[in-house]
Ligand binder design. Structure first.
Ligand code: 5GP
Ligand code: ZN
Length: 112
């Protein structure tokens, strides 16, 4: 998608320091962090949001959660972190490329 911010970060046309990269996904720090640790894990495949995930994406989604587990262990936050994906404007999604927020380093509170 040539007008997609995260596709541009993935292809390097918007230079961004990557925390992690492989054939399936990249990770980079959120530019407006909501916690002391706040990074995004983003599939290289362009999907607008989680609502576009199908069974064909099972390997990709599983891999992303494995990468999240790896990175949280490397960054020393594996004892407490939150993974969030906002899906749709009503949920606060602002970038229309599937991404998973990983937040840690402060008391995050509980939902509900
Ligand atoms: P959403 O609101 O769609 O769930 O999350 C998008 C996230 O992308 C936001 O937390 C926002 O701070 C982050 N973001 C937006 N533009 C950029 C950018 O150019 N670089 C980085 N690293 N993060 C961005
Ligand atoms: Zn994209």
């Amino acid at each position: 998608m040539n007008d997609c911010l995260f596709c541009k970060i993935i292809d390097g046309s918007i230079p961004t320091k990557k925390l992690y990269e492989d054939d399936i996904c990249v990770a980079f720090n959120d530019s407006n962090p909501q916690a002391p640790t706040h990074f995004l894990v983003v599939p290289k495949k362009h999907l607008a949001s989680a609502v576009e995930i199908t069974d064909d994406d099972a390997t990709m989604v599983g891999h992303i959660f494995a990468v999240i587990s790896l990175l949280t262990q490397i960054f020393g936050i594996s004892d407490g972190y939150r993974v969030v994906t906002n899906c749709g404007a009503k949920a606060g999604q602002s970038v229309q490329h599937l991404h998973f927020h990983v937040l840690a380093g402060k008391e995050l509170g509980s939902f509900n």
